[in-house]
Design a protein around this ligand. Structure first.
Ligand code: PMP
Length: 444
């Protein structure tokens, strides 16, 4: 038994599945992948073996693992007494930097997890509008906030037009408040928002549906949602927890030139430390107590160490050439993967949004345009899981989720090593021949 298996056995005695987050089971391995340390663009297993990390803490390590400026910020927080439940200049400073960077945010509140963030954003929208219903899109993930945990990655039988809870244990009455729509379907959005707009509090979406294969909005689709929500007084929420900061400081909303009423951001922002935020127009944010009636409080809100790393994050992404270098390296990876697949005559491709990307194997890769989650149901999950496992054997760590990425600390050499590992892994799975391609898109 290797150290990973030994650790899994020990951890499983005390932690369900041997992990602290169900998604940390790596479906390719059938177990968690335990890490002894991380540095820059690399992670090390319990035996000290080195891997190029294409998981990047599920997108949180955008600036890299243990960036020196992040380490220095943490030391400073320790020197200041590691306080939580108190506030100082660091809080408003970080808030100001977010407001200056993101078009749709004039005021904000800090939270820790993305789940918590989308929960507060929806509650605020309900309080602001006095309405109940929330529209969400199939295949769009917003954390395990019960209000939105529907049609994350349903089977074809469970999929839209059915509304299917993504987890067990939700009270049936919660489902009464949710409307699920297929992404990129102009008619469905127009019909629903026109007919039921008066009872809808919010429309929430990932502006790029990274969680189901990095699916882009069709030209004009975000514009349509913006137009209809404005007309009907509905709060438009962009969940940018994953898309945020992948292409630039202004997030996806700046890329597409569409300003939502509320935004949720997280992951990359904390540079490896828990930090998220919800924010939006002053008019809506003034409904947060003590200015308004929407409460948002918590002992652990905005602890100093998160404020310090959040400010370090902005220092790092403001360095000259930060995004040029990052995006150039991403392109090197994406071009390289495309070239390998072509050379091996492998039916696959990657779809990417800045520093985050997804693998499409088989049927969806053959489509000219992947429109929404239903086009992704036939992705070859079994083959993908075998591929990810093979990558690990060739020194590249890719988690079995639908999104992967590289960080600003990955070097050209790291990218080249990742490409070598990916090519070797593809050769392995091709040599093995076809196996069980079935499996679910859900990662938990
Ligand atoms: N929203 C989106 C778009 C996400 O991708 C995620 C996490 N992958 C969440 C919300 C939930 O964030 P967290 O894991 O921090 O709760």
């Amino acid at each position: 038994m290797n150290k990973n298996q030994e650790q899994w056995k020990i951890a499983s005695r005390y932690l369900p599945g041997g992990v602290c987050s169900s998604a940390r089971i790596n479906k390719g391995l059938g177990s968690p992948f335990y890490i002894s340390r991380a540095s820059g663009g690399k992670v090390y297993d319990l035996e000290g073996n080195e891997y190029i990390d294409l998981c990047t803490s599920f997108g949180s390590a955008l600036v890299g693992h243990n960036h020196p400026k992040v380490g220095a910020a943490l030391h400073e927080a320790i020197a200041m007494g590691l306080m939580c439940s108190y506030e100082n200049e660091a809080h408003a400073r970080l808030a100001q930097r977010i407001v200056e960077a993101i078009p749709g945010i004039e005021m904000l509140r800090f939270t820790l997890s993305g789940t918590e963030t989308t929960y507060y954003a929806v509650k605020l929208a309900r309080e602001y509008t006095g309405r109940t219903f929330v529209v969400k899109f199939e295949g769009h993930f917003h954390g395990f906030n019960d209000y939105l945990a529907y049609n994350y990655w349903p089977t074809r039988e469970q999929a839209w037009p059915n509304i299917t809870p993504a987890v067990d244990g939700l009270p049936e009455y919660l489902q009464q408040g949710v409307i699920v729509l297929p992404f990129n379907d102009f008619e469905a959005a127009d019909e629903t928002l026109t007919r039921r707009g008066h009872e809808i509090a919010a429309v929430i979406l990932e502006p790029v549906n990274i969680n189901s294969g990095t699916i882009y909005p069709r030209p004009g689709y975000l514009e349509l949602l913006r137009h209809l929500t404005a007309e009907k007084g509905i709060v438009l929420i962009f969940d940018e927890i994953l898309s945020g900061f992948r292409t630039g400081p202004g997030c996806a909303q700046a890329e597409f030139g569409i300003t939502p009423d509320l935004s949720t951001i997280g992951k990359a922002l904390g540079a490896g430390v828990p930090l998220s935020a919800f924010g939006g127009s002053r008019k809506i944010m003034e409904h947060v107590s003590p200015l308004g009636k929407a409460n948002h409080s918590g002992t652990f809100n905005a602890p100093l160490f998160s404020m310090m790393t959040g400010n370090a994050f902005f220092d790092i992404i403001s360095e000259p050439g930060f995004y040029e270098n990052l995006l150039g390296r991403c392109q090197r990876l994406y071009d390289g993967i495309g070239e390998i697949m072509k050379r091996l005559q492998f039916v696959g491709r990657v779809q990417h949004f800045g520093a985050r990307f997804s693998f499409l194997f088989g049927p969806p890769a053959e489509k000219e345009y992947v429109l929404n989650y239903q086009d992704m149901i036939d992705n070859q999950w079994g083959l993908l899981n075998r591929f990810y496992k093979a990558c690990l054997c060739h020194g590249v760590y890719i988690h079995t989720m639908q999104h992967h990425g590289i960080s600003a600390m990955h070097t050209d050499e790291d990218v080249d090593r990742a490409l070598e590992g990916i090519e070797a892994a593809l050769r392995d799975v091709m040599a093995e021949g076809r196996g069980d391609e079935s499996g679910a898109a859900a990662f938990f």
